[in-house]
Design a protein around this ligand. Structure first.
Ligand code: AP5
Ligand code: MG
Length: 213
């Protein structure tokens, strides 16, 4: 099962992707998490990506595509995966399609988690993220059991550098300009499914599992 999560920054792609990965036993592949792990480890890739991420811009396609294709070629991805934050441009979607076509394969579902911009800025300021395992919390809606500590792995939770209100607005602008066209792209491919992402987390997940079966 090969799934793409689409949606604005803060729509809940990561939150739902982790639950999908767990239920269906497939890896959760987040380009944002890969970049953040590299920033934390001070790798050359991390330093390159940080320049763009801190400004709310997209990391260049060439670099992002290379990282993603490398990740999905690993053994654990052979039975499928859930992609979170990739593709984000038509170029990225085209490369992914070409690579899958070569393997006689295709994306099964593109799940669009729909949340209007007004709700997004509010959500972001309350988000806390685990840099170690990528788990995401919200101080009001989805709090961790122990404040500041990840339920999953016990690591410290942080406020992301790109969650400042000015940067969130920039990320939303970039989303509307470069990523939203993918909704039509996957609609045309006949794999688009839209869920209402303003509902509580468990209701959104139920809507997704009703689709995936
Ligand atoms: P990335 O890490 O992908 O960030 P994003 O798309 O901006 O999305 P977020 O992770 O901010 O939001 P999300 O939809 O995962 O929401 P979450 O589940 O956390 O990318 C970061 C940067 O990396 C990009 O800006 C770019 O620079 C670069 N990058 C990454 N991929 C790239 C690519 N392919 N090409 C180029 N550049 C790339 O939820 C948000 C909050 O809401 C949380 O606090 C959560 O607890 C809460 N929440 C979730 N669901 C609900 C609910 N139903 N009700 C209430 N609260 C909820
Ligand atoms: Mg995310």
């Amino acid at each position: 099962m090969k799934i793409i999560m689409l949606g604005a920054p803060g729509a809940g792609k990561g939150t739902q992707a982790i639950k999908i990965a767990e239920k269906y036993g497939i890896p959760h592949v987040s380009t944002g998490d890969i970049f953040r792990a590299n920033i934390k480890g001070n790798t050359p890739l991390g330093m390159e990506a940080k320049k763009y991420m801190d400004e709310g811009k997209l990391v260049p396609d060439e670099l992002t595509v290379r990282i993603l294709l490398d990740r999905v070629s690993k053994d654990d991805c052979s039975k499928g995966y859930v992609l979170d934050g990739f593709p984000r441009t038509i170029v990225q979607a085209d490369v992914l399609k070409e690579e899958l076509t070569k393997l006689g394969d295709a994306i099964d579902y593109a799940i669009n988690v729909d949340v209007p911009d007004e709700n997004i800025v509010k959500r972001m300021s309350g988000r806390r993220a685990c840099v170690n395992c990528g788990a995401t919390y919200h101080i009001e809606h989805i709090p961790p059991k122990k404040e500041g500590i990840c339920d999953n792995c016990g690591s410290e939770l942080i406020l992301r550098d790109d969650d400042k209100p000015e940067t969130v607005q920039k990320r939303l602008d970039v989303y509307h300009e470069q990523t939203q066209p993918l909704i039509d792209y996957y609609e045309k491919d006949g794999v688009l499914k839209t869920v209402d992402g303003t509902k509580p987390m468990e209701e959104v997940f139920k809507a997704i599992t009703d689709i995936l079966g």
